[in-house]
Write a protein that binds this ligand. Sequence first.
Ligand code: NOJ
Length: 537
Amino acid sequence: MTRSGAAGAPWWRGAVIYQIYVRSFADSDGDGVGDLAGIRSRLPYARELGVDAIWLNPFYPSPQADAGYDVTDHREVDPVLGSLDDLDALVRDAHASGLRVLIDLVPNHTSSEHAWFRAALAAAPGGPERARYLFREGRGPGGDRPPNDWGSNFGGRAWTRVTEPDGTPGQWYLHLFAPEQPDLDWTNGEVRAEFDSILRFWLDRGVDGFRIDVAHGLAKDPEMRDLAGNFAHSEPAAEGHPHWDRDEVHDVYRGWRRVSDAYPGERTFVAEVWVQDPERLALYLRPDELHTAFSFGLLLAPWDAAPMRTAIDTSIGALAEVGASPTWVLSNHDVVRHVTRYGGGELGRDRARAAALLMLALPGGAYVYQGEELGLPEVTELPDGVRRDPAFLRTGGADRGRDGCRVPMPWSGPRPPFGFGPSGESWLPQPEDWVELTVEQQAADPSSTLALYRDALALRRELPALGDGQQAWMEAGPDLLAFRREPGFVCVVNFGDEPAELARELLPDGARVVLASRPVAPGGRIPGATAVWYARD
Ligand code: NOJ
């Protein structure tokens, strides 16, 4: 495997991991939906990009009420996306080319089509089948009001009433996401044992780790208290929240750590934890819990020096307390792509390029979401009829949803689907003007965003200062963030719109520009919306 992070440190402390949204990466069979065989055929691309590993979004059998985060069988592959044989072949080829493979684990909920939930609906209230989920009696006469005031992340309430097998209106079940995603009860021993077994199933197959979906959501207030206006439904958790980030979740992760530690080869977890307080995030990364968790601070910060610096400092500081390394991320399949968040157009792309160099220079690991290396913007013009996201569908379009960041990759050629697959199909339409942004176009252009990512990732491997380790801020002036990493590396980002002077004495002796997100004249000023890496030869 390849170098990442300080010598002797576990690989994941400084790794760059490429997030592959399976449905939208590469389609091998022409049905317009990306699949595992498509990813396998494109592994050389990930390898050439220079990442250490790939993370695959869920590929399990699913009715797709939430793009695969509604799983019916955690030990299978959805036939639309391939087979277990395809997955094995993908892992084998990835390993042969020096890439590790992380997969998505969805423990907070199953699909409502999962055998367990079907059995729960067919069984009487109070039995063991229902005890795997969170069924409760309703409030009020006849139990026709939901058990509490919790809301779904996708809009509407978090409870759905079932019809009992005898045809009468019955109990309610909890779903913090769509009604097709009933929440599991993590106090139930059978649920815990099942997930230990699912982990082993995939670890035995050779996967290198798991991204844990909604890792802060598994434990719920046993009393099921109302939010009562004290807490928001979907905001990052606040302390004492009745269903986010409760202390009881940590016991689950201590158990999982014991499972993964029994395997050779530095298997790893990365947790999706949405919390306001980085010190709460750090609790998930205590030495006997998870290895890494996304530091969402960068992703949430606007394009401005002060909030970016605060996001970086709070994350680094809190995680250092538990000896963990940060895991940076600018975009993923749930948020508006950062080119667009930063203003869109040329300016948005310039800022996004600078943000990439900032992220890749920070201590710790980083995730790159497929297409960000091409500078893809959010697709805001998708017709309503093609949108699939429950966040869009369940709010009648008030929430535009996440389809705009999930549009298939443009690989090559003059028109959609730009080499995405062998037919003319793609499950979401790509904009015509992506002709400028295809991999083919950018690979041939040394000034492209793809070339910038490749250059940055190549330097990360070469320069011992990068990856895991420390950084120290330098005061470089308003709108500038500048930090030093040893030996002999400096990153400077100009968040302003005007060129800025960098005091020469801030640079290590003999340092020169090794990479810049926009052209910088030797010894010249740093243009607006630009990041520069300096290092000694
Ligand atoms: C977080 C995932 O990233 C998102 O796509 C999904 O909708 C929710 N968890 C529910 O599983």
